[in-house]
Unconditional design. Structure first.
Lengths: 270, 264
């Protein structure tokens, strides 16, 4: 019987050169759920996603996906695992020399022996799911940011993955595209019976669609809970982050010498 | 003073270590390209597409340059040969200069500037826009799918371009020597035919251009793959491709010439 958690991270540490990026991360992502990993830029969210995808190896600890320790897999097994994963990159990462259709068909052509007629039907099905069937002939440079993200989403779900990973899916989108992408993440997760991990710092949009949230700061998990539980917190970093307050535990000013000292006011008065 | 000296020594050591590390990485990269080359031949359409981009689209610059080099060779050759009453050897001079040296070297330098820089910029930008990462996450090896077809396309294109450069160059020499100046047409072609040896001259020229093709394309691909994923990083990598591959072509040309024609 498969474990209840699709992804299990235990005592994960990752060091880049000598700089610790992640320290003592423990995380469980249950099957069928949409889980958000939130935090400020540079807190290690994307690194965590790359560790789950096997693009980086942990310095210590383990990342298990579907019961398999990702960093212990050989190249072939890792690629087999990745065929069951989908990833949406921050700005889509569409192949710019291919049309929308060819981008979505890419994995099907690389990994299956399906006839071209069936690939065509499947691609149009995926594009229909993200509302862009009519755009299948366009090249990526003709797409808006929101459309490119949706095409990338269609490409990521091409082989019906068990695990979807989203790296900042809401970054740089207008309010309409924001809502569209948010809804697609939730609905596609339910329709595919997949499990989703959303790395984001867009609090309001992600809280509408996720089941559980991990908050990270300085490479560590500092809070976790359902959206309602985290909204109810009335102090601390999470409160500041959720409510978008300018000053708080995360100060507005970068640490430095006293302003008066920099302007040489104290010396002048002395 | 001591601090500065220590900093200079430390900086030099750092650069040497980085250089050795980078060279090692380049060798591993080249080995990986060779090991993952199967797809370039199994799905030859991928390689054909790249031959079009790096070879066919370089044709104009190769043909125009080859023609002008041939025209100049014809003029300069005639000026020198007529002093010794050997104008009839103009065809030999033009053909040997082009087939042995100028054809492979000039076309490799032009290939590095046009196709090499384009390959580096393309791979560098694919990396900067996460297309390479996306491919890896889709369980598709970017070395096999993106890099190897471009490598073989460069290796296949280079001797063909060099041959076309030499052919059009000989035609340029003919235009100046025979059509404009009036050197005897029969002597121009017959001396060329008797002096140019297929194995010693033509085949060695082909071998040279194959080696240049390997060097230029491998450097261009490595620089692109190793480029920091920023606008500045891609720009520096593109410059490095042109500089490094041009120097490599000239150095390899000396070595190959020494082995082929002097028998060192």
């Amino acid at each position: 019987m498969p474990s209840e958690n699709l992804v299990e991270i235990s005592d994960l540490n990752f060091t880049y050169d000598v700089r610790p990026v992640l320290q003592g991360i423990n995380m469980q992502i249950p099957r069928g759920k949409v889980v958000a990993i939130m935090g400020l830029s540079g807190c290690g969210k994307t690194t965590l996603l790359r560790l789950i995808g096997g693009q980086l190896k942990p310095s210590q600890g383990a990342v298990k996906v579907a019961g398999q320790s990702v960093h212990e897999l050989n190249r072939e097994d890792l690629y087999n695992m990745r065929r069951r994963m989908g990833m949406l990159f921050q700005f889509g990462a569409l192949f710019t020399d291919m049309s929308v259709f060819d981008n979505v068909a890419f994995q099907m052509r690389e990994h299956t022996d399906l006839p071209e007629s069936l690939i065509r039907d499947l691609v149009l099905l995926k594009l229909e799911a993200v509302g862009l069937r009519g755009a299948h002939d366009l090249m990526p440079n003709s797409l808006s940011g929101g459309m490119a993200r949706r095409v990338a989403l269609a490409r990521a779900i091409a082989l019906d993955p068990m695990l979807m990973m989203y790296d900042e899916p809401f970054a740089g989108l207008d309010t309409i595209s924001l809502g569209v992408i948010g809804n697609l993440i939730r609905h596609l997760n339910n329709a595919l019976g997949a499990t989703s991990i959303v790395v984001t710092h867009d609090v309001q949009e992600s809280m509408k669609i996720v089941d559980y949230i991990y908050f990270m700061s300085g490479g560590q998990i500092i809070a976790q809970g359902s959206p309602d539980e985290l909204r109810a917190l009335d102090s601390g970093f999470v409160h500041q982050f959720v409510h978008g307050e300018i000053d708080g535990p995360m100060p507005f000013h970068y640490p430095g010498t006293k302003y008066a000292e920099d302007l040489a006011l104290e010396t002048a008065h002395a | 003073m001591l601090d500065r000296a220590m900093a200079a020594i430390s900086g030099t050591g750092h650069r040497v270590v980085n250089g050795v590390w980078r060279f090692g990485f380049a060798c591993r990269f080249f080995l990986a390209v060779l090991l993952h080359s199967g797809i370039s031949f199994r799905r030859f359409s991928l390689t054909i597409k790249e031959i079009y981009f790096s070879g066919v689209l370089s044709l104009i610059i190769i043909l125009v340059s080859g023609l002008f080099v041939g025209l100049v060779l014809g003029l300069q050759g005639y000026e020198t040969l007529q002093k010794y009453g050997s104008e009839s050897a103009l065809g030999t001079l033009v053909a040997l200069s082009l087939v042995r040296e100028l054809g492979p070297v000039m076309s490799a330098l032009l290939f590095a500037s046009r196709a090499g820089s384009a390959i580096t910029a393309e791979i560098g930008l694919m990396k900067a826009t996460e297309q390479i990462s996306a491919m890896e996450m889709m369980a598709v090896d970017p070395i096999a799918r993106v890099v190897a077809p471009r490598f073989w396309a460069g290796v296949i294109s280079m001797p063909l371009l060099a041959a076309m450069f030499s052919a059009i160059g000989v035609f340029g020499g003919y235009l100046v020597g025979v059509v404009m100046i009036g050197v005897d047409e029969g002597q121009f072609w017959s001396q060329m035919q008797s002096a140019v040896d297929f194995r010693l001259d033509v085949m060695n020229g082909v071998i040279k251009s194959c080696v240049f093709g390997v060097a230029v394309t491998a450097i261009a691909l490595f620089e692109g793959y190793d480029a920091p994923p920023t606008a500045e990083g891609v720009s520096h990598a593109t410059t490095r491709t042109v500089v490094t591959s041009s120097l490599a072509v000239l150095a390899l040309d000396f070595l190959l010439t020494a082995f082929m024609f002097r028998g060192i």
